[in-house]
Design a protein around this ligand. Structure first.
Ligand code: SF4
Length: 486
């Protein structure tokens, strides 16, 4: 892979510089080096060398390629770090736009939660003022501005209806799946070869539930999300035990939502759906990712398009009235006609919410290897495919209600959750806006404690199942430390 080198004499903004330069040159590795770094400071042939230097009153950006040109921005010692960071990113954006002619729909925003910005102003600022501010500081396109503010307002309304004083949500991770999808970077073990690990895993998980529930006594539980992996990779009786344990350990009387990610259609059976229904699961996901058989085969999902339809209808027949479907844009060889086909088929099924992901290429996935062999050119997400998916969601009477971005997303786009009124995934909003603690149990999960002043601290559980089982005391201890008295 080609490399672009950025040399900078202030090491406080490396991450921001890296993310923004990478957004302009997704095909390259970006190397941000300090003045004392002894690595080679030349970019690959055909790419510019970039340098950034901080003075007391200005930041100077120099781009050295076929031609050399510079840009600068004035700063003052009164400015705090955030202001300087935003000015620096604007400077880089302007310079790289001048070099490439490319604009980024999300402007200089590289964080994963763009809606947090308008959210903080909604109570006392007009939409117009928020638009002006975000356009000036972050250089977003009009379309992304509209989307971001629209979603922030919807989230804001929903959050106002949720009691998040001394509250929390619970995440339970079940790290087993029928097979591993090509793009997967989650903690996931193929159930067929790891079935013997399930009893030990559930025992450890139940112990973690027992101990952690004591830390949550007296707090209000808002939502529970059982994800993974694919929880329905478990057998019906195991799901029954898991949900019975949940009911007997945590106070579920006032929860707004209990979601189980059924996910892979090849893991769903009528008896598993009945087990979920028996325990009052309110929301499930049945995730096609694509309704094109060739794509499903290419990405390693061992199920047919027909199976997706059958399982969806089975879930409706079992009484589920809040079913989400996930799709991914930018999958191998999928362009507008394939995405249109997927959307047409989903519209016929008429789920209650649709989550549209842009493919994110993670180093931990087999996709990174696949690209080495097949090249990246067949992985295309575009404005056109995003619009096809969004139009489909609106045609089903849905509105966008949550949004997040990831690193290395196809087309530098976003993931958007659309839902019919009243069918929004509450947990998704709570985790995105970070307004309450998320207590996460199971291998590979991350717990976040949100303090009253908005400060956030995290602790994670190990990913390896055997290690999780063997070090369960340590996993519990980490949470006791995080939630214990300060
Ligand atoms: S279903 Fe989800 S968690 Fe399981 S392998 Fe596929 S992407 Fe990974």
């Amino acid at each position: 892979m080609d490399t672009i080198v950025v040399t900078v004499d202030n090491t406080g903004f490396d991450y921001d510089i890296h993310s923004l330069v990478k957004a302009f040159f997704p095909e390259c590795d970006v190397s941000v080096l300090g003045p004392d770094d002894e690595k080679d400071k030349s970019s690959s042939e055909g790419y510019p060398d970039i340098s950034i230097s901080f003075g007391e009153e200005e930041i100077l950006l120099t781009i050295m390629g076929d031609k050399t040109f510079g840009h600068k921005v004035e700063i003052s010692s009164d400015y705090d770090r955030t202001v300087i960071k935003n000015l620096l990113k604007r400077l880089i954006y302007t310079g790289l736009f001048g070099l490439t002619g490319k604009t980024l729909p999300w402007g200089t925003l590289t964080g994963i939660r763009p809606t947090k910005i308008p959210m903080q102003f909604l109570d006392d600022t007009s939409d117009e003022e928020i638009r002006e501010y975000m356009k000036e500081v972050y250089m977003l396109s009009d379309e992304k501005l509209d989307l971001c503010i629209d979603i922030a307002k919807r989230e804001h309304r929903i959050l106002k209806s949720i009691d998040n004083k001394d509250s929390y949500s619970l995440y339970i991770g079940i790290p087993f799946c029928p097979t591993r999808c090509l793009y997967c970077s989650f903690t996931s073990y193929p159930i067929a070869t790891c079935r013997d690990k399930v009893p030990g895993y559930l025992n450890a998980l139940f112990r973690e539930m027992d101990e952690v529930s004591k830390l949550c006594e007296g707090k209000h539980l808002n939502s529970v999300y059982i994800g993974g992996g694919t929880p329905t990779a478990l057998e019906a009786d195991e799901l029954d035990r898991l949900l019975s344990k949940l009911e007997s350990t945590f106070d579920l009387r006032n929860i707004r939502e209990l979601t189980v990610e059924a996910g892979r259609p090849d893991s769903i059976t009528a008896d598993k759906l009945r087990a979920l229904k028996k325990h009052n699961v309110t929301r499930i996901s049945v995730n096609p990712q694509s309704m094109n058989q060739k794509t499903l085969d290419d990405i390693g999902r061992l199920h047919s398009v027909e199976m997706i339809k059958d399982v969806f209808k089975m879930a409706r027949d079992e009484g589920f009235d809040n079913i989400n479907m996930d799709i991914i844009l930018g999958l191998p060889d999928e362009g507008p006609s394939e995405v249109s086909h997927t959307i047409e088929e989903i519209v016929k099924l008429s789920p209650d919410s649709l989550t549209v992901h842009s493919l994110a290429i993670k180093r931990a996935s087999k996709m990174a290897e696949w690209i080495q062999t097949n090249g990246i050119s067949t992985l295309n997400n575009t404005d056109e495919t995003m619009k096809i998916a969004s139009d489909g969601a609106y045609d089903m009477g849905m509105k966008p209600y949550y949004l997040y971005r990831q690193k290395n997303m196809s087309g530098n786009f976003e993931n958007v959750g659309y839902a019919r009124e009243g069918k929004e995934g509450i947990y998704n909003i709570l985790i995105m806006e970070e307004v309450e603690s998320i207590v996460a149990l199971g291998a590979g999960t991350v717990t976040k404690r949100v303090f009253g002043d908005g400060r956030i601290e995290r602790t994670d559980n190990v990913k390896d199942i055997d290690l999780y089982i063997n070090s369960i005391d340590d996993m519990i201890e980490r949470k006791i430390k995080l939630f214990g008295p300060r």
